[in-house]
Design a protein around this ligand. Structure first.
Ligand code: NAD
Length: 356
């Protein structure tokens, strides 16, 4: 029996191309670091609609639950744009997050030294390397709260509710403090406690949990200030923890600071070890099948999987170092600059394997 069972959800568009490269790199890492991996494939998104009529077949959920970790490419594309909302490929994505209880979304915003020029922020602000980790609560808050339509003074109106319970805040806070302990021991909690009651409960709870982590330096920022500080002085941040809606917005802002969408990985974690790892970009239907997609975000997602679900931190470090090394000389078209060698999706995967 293999040490780890990984479910692959290759998905649509460039999904299969980039997941294949990540598998190549994971196989190489398993040889080097002496562990074995068994792969199981399952359908999610448009390919699942074509094969079964629904974007998230029950079989996919069962396979994911029976594995140590899940690697997802991306889902969606114009072919399925006319599906009703609850049967679109993206509904499969929300469905799998819910079915696996993935309440913590980790989005690192990292600039690899050789890619500094891809950031829209000035060099002197970025400094050396930028490395921020945003921890976003993923299954609560206003996206999941009660909502409805009503009438106010005879006019149509609509309402949504933001609600967090203490246990929901406690568990996401612990994920963030644990991460801060493994990094620079600095945590920023982002809320809107000057206005929102749910934010006041969030802040009280984070403060209480902080007593369990006396080594971590905790500060609080209002979300409007945090959005500004991310651009003004991103180097002040190490780990940021925030609610679902604020995290949605801030993590996109932070990824833009890093510059290239083809480079950024993410992890979604549950209470147990099971995690789902995926690049932050979509299925890029405009370039699918051309062999030019950048596989590095998916390869870096595998590094996160090794670190957070499979307890193989040395293999994770080695993959990240290999990626940084390859970027010194080679680029896929999306991050190409003069003076570098332009390579295909497949060649990029091979180069990372060689550098490992
Ligand atoms: P996208 O991220 O797929 O593409 C945006 C742009 O970035 C495109 O020009 C694309 O070619 C480029 N790009 C993205 N990833 C790249 C890579 N690895 N290498 C090189 N270039 C890359 O976003 P979109 O165009 O808004 O959405 C396309 C489809 O993907 C839609 O159906 C959307 O719903 C879906 N989507 C899925 C996910 C997911 O599966 N998690 C996330 C976002 C969008």
């Amino acid at each position: 029996m293999a040490d780890y069972k990984i479910t692959l959800l290759k998905g649509d568009g460039i999904g299969p191309e980039i997941v294949n490269q990540a598998v190549k790199v994971l196989d190489k890492a398993s040889e080097k670091f002496n562990f074995s991996v068994e792969y199981v494939e399952a359908l999610l998104g448009g390919c699942a609609i074509d094969a079964t009529g629904v974007p998230l077949p029950d079989e996919t959920v069962e396979k994911c639950k029976a594995s140590d970790s899940v690697l997802l490419g991306a889902v969606g594309g114009p072919k399925w744009d006319n599906q009703p909302g609850n049967n679109r490929p993206e509904a499969g994505l929300l469905g799998i997050r819910g079915a696996l209880g993935l309440f913590a979304n980790l989005r690192p915003s990292v600039i690899f030294g050789p890619l500094k020029s891809a950031s829209p922020i000035k060099d002197e602000i970025i400094g050396g390397n930028l490395d921020i980790m945003i921890v976003r609560e993923l299954t609560g808050g206003i996206y999941f709260g009660k909502k409805g339509r009503t009438e106010v003074n005879g006019s149509p109106a609509a309402w949504d509710t933001e609600m967090y319970s203490v246990p929901e805040v406690e568990r996401i806070a612990r994920v963030a403090f644990d991460l801060a302990m493994k990094r620079n021991k600095k945590l920023t909690s982002v809320d809107k406690a000057n206005v929102l009651e749910s934010s006041r409960l969030w802040r009280e709870t984070v403060n209480r949990i902080s007593k369990e982590y006396p080594e971590v330096e905790l500060n609080h920022l209002y979300v409007d200030n945090a959005a500004m500080q991310l651009v003004r002085n991103p180097r002040q941040f190490d780990v940021i923890v925030t609610s679902n809606i604020f995290g949605d917005i801030l993590s996109d802002e932070a990824s833009m600071i890093a510059g290239s969408i083809g480079m950024l990985a993410s992890a979604s974690l549950s209470d147990g070890k099971l995690g789902l790892y995926e690049p932050i970009h979509g299925s890029a239907p405009d370039i699918a099948g051309q062999g030019i997609a950048n596989p590095l975000a998916t390869i870096l997602s595998v590094a996160m999987m090794l670190r957070y679900s499979l307890n193989q931190p040395d293999a994770a470090d080695a993959i990240e170092t290999a990626v940084a090394k390859v970027l010194e000389t080679h680029r896929t078209p999306d991050i190409y600059e003069e003076g570098f060698t332009k390579v295909s999706t497949d060649e990029m995967g091979d180069l990372v394997c060689q550098a490992l």
